[in-house]
Design a protein around this ligand. Sequence first.
Ligand SMILES: NC(=O)N[C@@H](O)C(=O)O
Ligand code: NI
Length: 176
Amino acid sequence: MTNTITLEPLTAAAFKPYGDVIATADRDYFMINNGSTRRYHQLANVDTETEGGSTIISIFQATPLAYPLSVSMMERHPLGSQAFIPLLGNAYLILVAAPTGDLEQDRLDSQTIRGFISDGSQGVNYHKGVWHHPILALSDQDQFLIVDRAGPGNNCEEVHFTDAEKRIFAKPACSV
Ligand SMILES: NC(=O)N[C@@H](O)C(=O)O
Ligand code: NI
């Protein structure tokens, strides 16, 4: 089991097992508003209705964690998707793992954890149940628009790693 995480540039293709990339680069659009506006249509779908949930919009103002980062936990939202859209254009990190359905296996298998770096123009939409680390800002007091679920039920499961299972990675240069 390796305990290091390699950061990859965020692309829609690489992120597909975990969710959607919300960005305009290389994406289709059509013109609206008498030709004054490009509509990059339905870049992601919001999935919050399970067990009577509803969709809400919030803003997170996030402070970078200490680096080198010791990744001690991951979480997932079994009842809804969660989207993060950067508001200030700063690069930030994304750690995800595809759910295997076996919490113990997910906890132990570092191979399932992948790290991506957004160039700050790209948001992400985690699909329901996808393991991810809470927001990893790289810039002080960075701000993100969040589209996720409010409603009944427990919509946050966490898995915590032992000291031996913790993954470490250094703070990347913000270039992507
Ligand atoms: N707890 C919360 O609202 N945020 C986390 O889900 C996160 O992914 O940052
Ligand atoms: Ni989350």
